[in-house]
Each structure stands twice: as C-alpha cells, then as structure tokens.
Design a protein around this ligand. Structure first.
Ligand code: ZN
Length: 235
C-alpha cells in the first residue's frame, strides 16, 4: 500500500478509542473510522470511494464495522456506502430528507452505541436539509456544515439548502465546549499549510463565517466570499 501515508491523514489511539481520518478519493473528501477498543465495534462516517480498502483498514486495527453513518446524501459522501454495507453487513444511517438508498433514518439527538460508547447524531440542516453531524467522545464530524476556516455551500447549486438553517446549525454547534475537536467532510483549508482538523474554539476565533455577528452579516459574507478570499489570500 504505497499510498497509505497519504490516505491516512490522522490515526489516534488510546486505551479506549481508535479514531482514523482518511482520504479515499472525491474532492479531498474525508472519511472517518470511530472505534471502541474494548468491544472492537466501529462506525464509519461518510465512506469514500474505496470500500474494500476501508474495511481492510478497520480489520487491520482489530475493528469490525458495525454501522455506516452518512452526514448527507451528496454523492461524494455516500459513493460506496452500499458497497461497504454489502461487504460488512452493517446498516447505513442517514438523516431524514436525504436520499441515501437503503438507509435507516437517524433523528436529532439519537445515539448509537459502539460497545458502551455512544456516537450521537445532531440534525444540522443548511447545506442540505437532513444533514447530520456526529459526536464521538470529544470529536465532532461536521460533514459539509463546517470546514476549517470555511462553511458548506448553499444556494441554487445545492438543492434543498437554506442559508438561514445553516446559520442556526452553526450557532448550535458553536455552543459545544471550545475544546471539541472539529473533523470536517473535506480538506478545504485555504490558508498556509495543512489543517485537516480544528476545534470549536479555534473556529469561533478564526472562521470568518463564525465571526459574523448576525445572519445579515453571514449572508453578506457568503455573497461576497470570492472577493473576501482574494483580499485575505485564502485559496
Ligand atoms: Zn455536500
């Protein structure tokens, strides 16, 4: 596996959990494996484009994939969810109003247990109507709601999206403890150097969208994002 070091962009382990951040194709999409060491059960969040590789990566680490969780139904996030379900026998879960074939619905606040360790879904609409974020221990997988320094797209290019809902969802997750780790759905950081993850506190202090004082300011920034990026040297 020559490309392994580029695929595994984060691999955290302690005596309780195993947590992997992976890039498995798409538009710099991130995929996650959340594992409970004691039971060996693992959840995959947003399988990328290499289901076989993903199930092998979990098995290599002594983990068995017991559920497949989808943040939202855009193809780059769900591409091989069905294939991974076939390989592992694990059910696929997604939010209401997301088109994910064969999936079971998770509602706001619903928990799934990996052994005795919960992973919790938050309904965070905006980029898409049934978008979910997932909290595992102190790690929040934010899908296409929040990226490092950026937020998910809304508007005509994203059917079912709603700026006002996105603003409310961002406010909601910004109320989580500052030290909560943020793991986004894409590697979209546009500053200098790599930034594959962040924290709620860091985003509140630095993300221009979270620094907006009102919905009007948020909308204004969205409308003028291209010129803002140029002015601030953001790619
Ligand atoms: Zn998306």
């Amino acid at each position: 596996m020559a490309a392994k070091s580029q695929i595994v962009t984060g691999d955290y382990a302690d005596e309780y959990i195993r947590f992997l951040q992976l890039q498995l194709g798409g538009d710099r999409n991130f995929c996650y494996i959340c594992g409970d060491v004691k039971s060996g059960m693992a959840a995959v969040v947003d399988p990328g484009f290499r289901a076989g590789w993903l199930s092998a990566a979990a098995a290599e680490r002594g983990l068995k994939i017991s559920c497949i969780l989808i943040t939202h139904g855009h193809s780059d996030h769900v591409a091989q969810a069905g294939r991974l379900a076939d390989i592992t026998g694990a059910p696929v879960y997604a939010g209401e109003r997301e088109r994910v074939p064969g999936s079971l619905v998770l509602t706001d606040g619903q928990r799934l247990n990996l052994g005795t360790r919960p992973i919790t879904a938050f309904h965070t609409p905006g980029h898409s109507p049934g978008h979910l974020c997932y909290l595992f221990e102190n790690r929040l997988m934010t899908g296409d709601l929040l990226f490092c320094g950026k937020v998910g797209g809304t508007g005509p290019g994203f059917p079912g999206s709603a700026e006002e809902e996105e603003w409310a969802s961002l406010k909601r997750i910004a109320s989580l403890p500052e030290e909560t780790l943020v793991y986004p759905g894409h590697d979209y950081y546009g500053g200098d150097g790599r930034m594959p993850h962040s924290t709620i506190g860091c985003e509140k202090r630095n993300n221009p969208f979270l620094l907006c004082g009102s919905f009007e300011a948020f909308t204004h920034l969205k409308q003028n994002w291209d010129s803002y990026k140029r002015e601030h040297g953001i790619r």
